[in-house]
Design a protein around this ligand. Structure first.
Ligand code: GTP
Ligand code: MG
Length: 139
């Protein structure tokens, strides 16, 4: 329970908020153990959000997530998954607590700046989706 996976989404990257978001993450006690700039293909985004395939917002979500570069990272901290979900705030930024990353940097429920894994199991799956074992650095 000491690693999670995150993506700085295309909206936040395009707005130039990558540096501020990474600073907030590291200031909050998370250690970066893997990091890269990448861009999701439609197939990758579809796999990543397969659980939402039947939802009304699915097509919009895939279009958005493939619209530009993202930053993918693996983060280490005690209780990483839950603590990171608390740091990013609610899915809908209108409901996100003051000072959370989505409160500060998201535009709306679609363009919501950042992803955080919702379980230890998904953190491991999502990290492996983007990083080989030797691209995750223990230190
Ligand atoms: P992620 O970290 O991106 O997985 O967000 P989340 O875990 O807070 O939310 P969830 O996994 O339920 O949904 C994934 C993404 O789908 C969200 O981040 C939103 O971009 C989008 N989404 C979820 N619910 C809604 C909704 O009700 N309307 C719209 N338009 N988008 C939604
Ligand atoms: Mg989710």
């Amino acid at each position: 329970n000491n690693r999670t996976f995150t993506m700085i989404k295309p909206d936040a990257f395009a707005k130039g908020n990558t540096g501020a978001i990474i600073q907030k993450i590291t200031n909050s006690g998370f250690k970066i153990v893997a990091l890269k700039l990448t861009k999701l293909s439609a197939e990758q985004a579809g796999d990543f959000y397969a659980i939402h395939k039947e939802k009304a917002f699915y097509d919009k979500l895939i279009e958005f997530m493939t619209s530009g570069p993202i930053i993918a990272a693996v983060l280490e901290k005690k209780n990483a998954v839950d603590d990171f979900r608390a740091l990013i705030g609610s899915t809908n930024p209108e409901e996100a607590a003051e000072g959370t990353i989505r409160n500060l940097f998201a535009t709306n429920v679609t363009f919501n700046a950042i992803h955080g894994s919702d379980s230890d199991e998904n953190a491991a799956i999502e990290s492996a989706f983007h990083f080989k074992d030797d691209e995750i650095i223990a230190y």
